[in-house]
Design a protein around this ligand. Structure first.
Ligand code: LRH
Ligand code: MN
Ligand code: MN
Length: 426
């Protein structure tokens, strides 16, 4: 953690520049009738969960190059997220993956969370790896397995995650399945779906009434011929089968190239089935890169759908869980997460600037150029002063990455935890 004095000194040194830029942008936006204070307020309120598995290096199947100081326990992971939240005021919860993050002492975890002002947003099950001495293998699938004992083992694991979630106050349980096949004919496609639906129903029944089941889809990897839940349509149909507490999770990297993700978001909002996001950046597939690093316009267009939905009384979709799902081998993971959150806030801020009444008018009149220019105008606005002001108002650093570096956080973590510490994850 940084001391209050360190944070204060850092902000003091950058305050006059920030005020100058913020003032300038406020005047400009006021001329267009934007409620700048209202936008900043929304940014202050916006929170995105940090995945425990992104706090260390990882992200490739080929090798890890630890940077040093990685969290060695759940307690250290919570401490890292608390640090991020101290710097940006926008990361007040953590997503856990079981068994990577099995809590050894639940009351102690609860107490730590309370002390640092964090919550657990979601529990994630893992039936994509066999654990040491696991009696049944997921080699040929988990919830979709042809073997009832394997399916039951995977169901029991998910129910155990739900139980941990109940104890830790998580309101979301996320299922991503690596089930699928590599060769035509390997798997009976309809029966695999049917078995999965039935297995999910057993998990759904074990959930308390205030928990949401998020069903994540992915078109390929680890299997390259078929995945049992490859697309949002399949996730959606499973939600329809299960009930109101099941929702679709959109991981930005889980789409084939050039998929119109914002349209999927709009559709799911329309059907009240948008449950959450795994934000990341992607060039080719499930790259898990820094959010907004490759396709910032797409990220903005996704937020444009979300803001439009939030302002439309006809949309009754329940609250959406915003989470990051990332992994890095070459960046300091904490710096990456700060960058990701900043991109998300920036995309949100830009979406809030869109003149919705003018856009609707242009759309109704089929004025293609005007409609596009309204979006481009918002997207091309440099909103960094708004994001910085949100950081400042929530007690964070005006520039979180720079403050992190100035305070030499990584160096301190290496001293405390060692040069070769490895955190659990992919
Ligand atoms: C699968 C996935 C899923 C897992 C995480 C580690 O690619 O996106 O969300 O839980 O990665
Ligand atoms: Mn994901
Ligand atoms: Mn993924």
């Amino acid at each position: 953690m940084l001391s209050d004095q360190q944070l204060h000194d850092f902000n003091q040194a950058n305050l006059s520049d920030h005020q100058f830029r913020y003032q300038h942008l406020t005047e400009l936006l006021n001329r267009r009738g934007t409620d700048v204070a209202g936008v900043v307020q929304k940014l202050v309120a916006f929170q995105v969960a940090i995945p425990s598995w992104a706090l260390g290096t990882g992200g490739t199947r080929f090798g890890r190059y630890p940077r040093g100081g990685e969290p060695r326990s759940l307690e250290e992971k919570i401490a890292d997220v608390a640090l991020l939240n101290q710097l940006n005021g926008s990361s007040n919860s953590i997503s856990l993956h079981i068994p990577w993050d099995i809590p050894q002492d639940v009351p102690a975890v609860q107490q730590q969370l309370q002390e640092v002002g964090l919550t657990i947003d979601s529990m994630n099950s893992n039936t994509f790896q066999d654990q040491k001495e696991q009696p049944y293998s997921y080699k040929f699938g988990s919830l979709s397995s042809t073997e009832a004992t394997v399916r039951q083992h995977a169901i029991d694991h998910n129910i155990a995650c739900v139980e941990y979630g109940k104890q830790l106050g998580a309101k979301v349980h996320t299922v991503w399945l690596a089930d699928g096949s590599n060769f035509p004919g390997q798997q009976h496609l309809r029966r695999a779906y049917q078995r999965t639906a039935e297995s999910l129903a057993s998990i759904y029944e074990a959930m308390p009434s205030d928990m949401t089941l998020l069903i994540e889809y992915k078109p390929y990897e680890p299997h390259f011929y078929s995945m049992v839940i490859p697309d949002w349509g399949t996730s959606y149909s499973l939600c329809q089968y299960l009930g109101k507490q099941a929702q679709v999770l959109v991981d930005l990297g889980h789409h084939l190239p050039n998929t119109n993700i914002e349209q999927i978001v709009g559709r799911l909002l329309h059907f009240d089935r948008l449950g959450g996001f795994h934000f990341n950046g992607s060039m080719y597939g499930d790259d898990d890169l820094t959010t907004g690093s490759i396709k910032p316009y797409q990220l903005f267009l996704i937020f444009n759908e979300l803001v439009d939905g939030a302002q439309d009384e006809a949309v009754t979709n329940p609250a959406v869980a915003y989470m990051i799902d990332a992994s890095h081998n070459t960046k300091d993971p904490l710096e990456d997460l700060l960058q990701s959150v900043e991109s998300i806030l920036g995309a949100y801020a830009k979406a809030l600037l869109v003149d919705r009444a003018a856009l609707q008018e242009a759309q109704e009149n089929n004025d293609v150029v005007r409609a596009e220019e309204i979006l481009r105008d918002a997207f091309l606005t440099d909103v960094r002063p708004l994001v910085q002001e949100a950081y400042r108002q929530s007690g964070g650093a005006l520039n979180p990455v720079a403050a992190y570096r100035a305070a030499q956080v990584r160096e301190q973590l290496i001293q405390q935890r060692g040069k070769f510490s490895l955190s659990t994850g992919l």
